[in-house]
Design a protein around this ligand. Structure first.
Ligand code: ADP
Ligand code: ASP
Ligand code: MG
Length: 426
């Protein structure tokens, strides 16, 4: 008996049949004596379709209006899930993010949650109801409707789980758990039984879509156990937990086994590379370039500055493709002011990362990665590292080759192709 938060992603509520299956599973969870909070994403590709609609009517998307538009997707799902629950005799009530008191900052389209009030959620549970909440949205301190960035329903679910002190936050999706690599690209990927918040943070930060980065940050900060699993097979999935819980759970036999050095090969194709050529190599140049980007809420990821020749250098960095237009506008202006020779950009790039806690104690991972890529004929354009991650930027056309070769070279192949049904993307 406890509180379970269940988040259902877009493919899990893509059509009426899926929505009915979700309702059945909520009923099943309740029949085991749990209170259930459901968080839903928009049906199938609804969010993409709404963005495409916006593009068709206008080239400028005022953030406030875009958020008004995008939040409608999740509202459709929440109402339909409640109706499907009513149909099988379960008392359920839907809430928007604003109604359950998800208070965010004022940055439209990528707002951060500041506070979760959750009063109405607790009242609904106390009244014996299932609460169904629209994911991906909140209300800002300026009382405007905001969205939490793509994939943000994961964050809603974890934030609500923390607010109601849930026993678990279950993330239902279209794969059976977190894998050593995206099973859509590396069919030999293996399902991970459990991994700790730090590794999952690095994987999400490196671009693994299976969990939104902010949701993992929230889970780590509030110690919310996550269970990533499939709404198609309903089998047990992957647990994301804090290290001490993992150590306590692991059998002595497992402890005796060497942990793998690498737990995942991750790709990110949502970033573009921008290069500023022929800029003076002197104090203040980087600040002049990156301060206005930060002020415009552009997330700069990797940065590389070449060694200077005759006091002149090049600076390359990556930004989300969604922010590229805004970034280029700023960078072109600053480059002009700094007397740079020019600015170029490349959208056909991919970032490939190796993530693994074992890297801390095993030198040579980066060197081996570079050798493997070189032997596969993959050119490396940029490199960055953290204590448990090595990332490289390569040409987008090399994504699959680089991931599969690295997965095999680091001994991660499961020996069998991913077998659970991968639903068609709608
Ligand atoms: P949802 O709509 O349920 O939120 P997402 O598309 O956001 O689903 O996330 C699930 C997808 O994440 C999977 O279909 C898979 O292609 C992708 N993915 C990327 N990396 C991984 C990984 N390491 N393990 C599992 N899935 C991954
Ligand atoms: N519907 C939103 C998206 O597609 C949020 C989510 O699904 O998590 O990004
Ligand atoms: Mg998602």
């Amino acid at each position: 008996m406890g509180i379970v938060v269940q988040k259902y992603g877009g493919t899990s509520v893509a059509d009426p049949e899926r929505i009915k299956a979700v309702a059945e599973h909520v009923a099943f969870t309740r029949s085991h004596g749990n209170d259930v909070v459901v968080v839903v994403s928009a049906m199938g590709k609804t969010t993409d379709n709404l963005i495409s609609l916006a593009n068709q009517v206008s080239s400028t998307h005022p953030g406030r209006e875009l958020d008004m538009l995008l939040t409608t997707g999740e509202r459709i799902s929440m109402a339909l899930v409640c109706m499907a629950l009513a149909d099988i005799g379960i008392d359920a009530v839907s809430f928007t993010g604003s109604q359950v008191g998800i208070i965010t900052d004022t940055v439209h389209t990528k707002a951060k949650i500041l506070e979760v009030k959750g009063d109405r959620l607790r009242e609904a549970l106390a009244a014996g109801k299932v609460a169904v909440v629209a994911g991906f949205q909140g209300v800002s301190t300026d009382r405007e409707i905001t969205t939490l960035g793509r994939g943000g329903s994961d964050t809603t679910a974890v934030a609500l789980a923390a607010a109601v002190n849930a026993d678990v936050c279950e993330i239902y999706t279209d794969v059976t758990g977190v894998f050593s690599s995206d099973p859509r690209i590396v069919p030999q990927a293996r399902k991970l039984q459990r991994l700790d918040f730090e590794e999952m943070l690095e994987m999400a930060g490196a671009g693994s879509k299976v969990l939104a980065l902010r949701s993992v940050e929230f889970a780590r900060n509030h110690n919310v156990p996550l269970h990533v699993r499939s709404s198609f097979t309903w089998e047990h999935g992957t647990w994301v937990l804090d290290m001490s819980t993992i150590n306590a759970q692991q059998s002595s036999k497992e402890n005796a086994m060497e942990d793998p050095i690498i737990s995942g090969v991750v790709h990110e194709t949502g970033e573009a590379k921008v290069t500023v050529f022929g800029v003076a190599d002197k104090p203040g140049i980087s600040a002049a370039l990156f301060e206005p980007l930060a002020d415009a809420n552009v997330n700069v990821d990797m940065i590389v500055q070449n060694t200077s020749k005759d006091g002149i250098t090049d600076i390359s960095f990556t930004v989300p493709k969604a922010d590229l237009a805004a970034a280029l506008k700023i960078v072109n202006t600053v480059a002009g002011e700094l007397g740079a020779a020019g600015v170029t950009h490349d959208e056909a790039v991919a970032k490939i990362s190796l993530v693994g806690a074992g890297m801390k104690t095993s030198p040579g991972v980066a060197a081996k990665m570079f050798r493997v890529l070189a032997d596969a004929g993959v050119n490396i354009e940029m490199i960055s590292t953290s204590t448990i991650r090595v990332s490289v930027v390569v040409g987008a056309a090399n994504t699959e080759k680089a991931m599969r070769t690295l997965h095999t070279a680091f001994g991660l192949d499961s020996g069998q192709a991913y077998s659970a049904p991968l639903p068609e993307r709608k």
